[in-house]
Ligand binder design. Structure first.
Ligand code: PEP
Ligand code: MN
Length: 347
């Protein structure tokens, strides 16, 4: 790390910073400029909070050189992480971008869910998504059918072979959700529920971690780090929009730049969710295409058999016909991306 001293910092001020760093095992290189001194400290800062130096007299700034996330970082692992499922589906690296589709909430009408799953399978999707435990902003809204919904998802898997992605909101529900899910989803609201992340880190099932609505990219990767440092390296990130300045025309602001940024700083796969990212059905197709071109390893899209009467998120869900039309266009693009990746053609 680099410690920048104030121009008026005394030799005593510099000495006390150097002393504390040396006591913590850092190697020090001093750089005395005409105006100010810069201290380079080389060592392991995991057991030391660099910001504590900001309270020392004469210290202007402390800058980290290394990213604070270690296991999620490309610095430690340069090749892309690829997550492989028992049926051969792979997420990440140069593999074909995956599609996870399904209703926001699993509802009583299992035939509707099955109809969505069959369409998803026919269009080449690999995953069925659907909420059994629903985090709702209002306590009066539909909160999910819980185990019944998980059973419905399992029936849809049985019928189609699609893998099941579903949210787990509470660490106490992990054993139950584990019985049915192929991927645990952590929702945006729980991105910093550290006890949940830690408990999921102790499982060996892939975790789809959604970005918190107000989380920085660094906080997002540190949330992944919580899962990884507890023993589970199988994290799939999901950009699902952040709070922007406008919520009149869209629900959130899709941070599409986060996709190539995360690819630069992390080896973890990242998918995009244009349904939650925008909140508007008509924005799903353009944002899906934009995300794939930006390098997303997959998409999560809400699809409902009757969106106008959905228990949650109908306005950002495609109906089955709309999904089929959208999937045709997305598949065309995925085909081109796959061809380019295989032939090493950079766009
Ligand atoms: C969801 O996937 O239905 C969901 C609630 O997403 P998010 O956590 O991104 O809001
Ligand atoms: Mn939803």
């Amino acid at each position: 790390m680099i410690i920048v001293m104030e121009p008026k910092a005394s030799q005593n001020n510099i000495n006390s910073v150097v002393r504390v760093l040396e006591n913590k095992g850092f190697k020090i290189k001093l750089n005395h400029g005409d105006i100010m001194t810069v201290i380079a400290a080389i060592g392991d800062k995991r057991l030391f909070d660099p910001n504590s130096l900001l309270s020392y007299e004469g210290v202007r700034d402390v800058k980290s050189i290394q990213e604070p996330y270690k296991l999620a970082s490309r610095e430690g692992k340069s090749e892309d992480t690829v997550i492989e499922f028992s049926n051969g589906v792979k997420i990440g690296g140069t593999n074909r971008p995956v599609m996870m589709v399904g209703p926001c909430s699993v509802e009583k009408d299992i035939d509707g869910l099955i109809a969505v799953a069959i369409a998803a399978k026919e269009m080449g999707c690999q995953f069925l998504r659907g909420g059994a435990f629903k985090p709702r902003t209002s306590p009066y809204d539909f909160e999910g059918l819980e185990e019944k919904a998980l059973q419905y998802m399992a029936q849809a898997r049985e019928k189609t072979g699609l893998l099941v992605v579903t949210e787990v909101m509470d660490r106490l529900d992990i054993p139950l959700v584990n019985e049915y899910a192929d991927v645990f989803q952590v929702g945006a609201r729980n991105m910093q529920n550290f006890k949940l992340l830690k408990a999921l880190g102790k499982t060996n099932k892939p975790v789809l971690l959604k970005r918190g609505a107000a989380a920085t990219i660094c906080e997002f990767l540190l949330a992944a780090e919580h899962i990884m440092c507890n023993g589970n390296p199988n994290v799939i990130l999901c950009e699902r929009g952040i709070k922007g300045v406008d919520n009149k025309y869209s629900r959130n602001t899709m941070d599409i730049a986060s996709i190539p940024i995360i690819k630069k700083y992390s080896h973890l796969p990242i998918i995009a969710d244009p349904s939650h990212g925008t909140g508007r059905r008509y924005l799903i197709e353009p944002m899906s295409k934009a995300s794939l071109i930006a390098g997303a390893d997959g998409l999560m899209i809400e699809v409902h058999h009757d969106p106008d009467n959905a228990s949650s998120d109908g306005a950002q869900s495609l109906n089955i016909e709309q999904f089929i039309e959208t999937a045709k266009k997305i598949n065309k693009l995925i085909g081109r991306i796959e061809y380019d990746k295989k032939h090493n053609i950079s766009s």
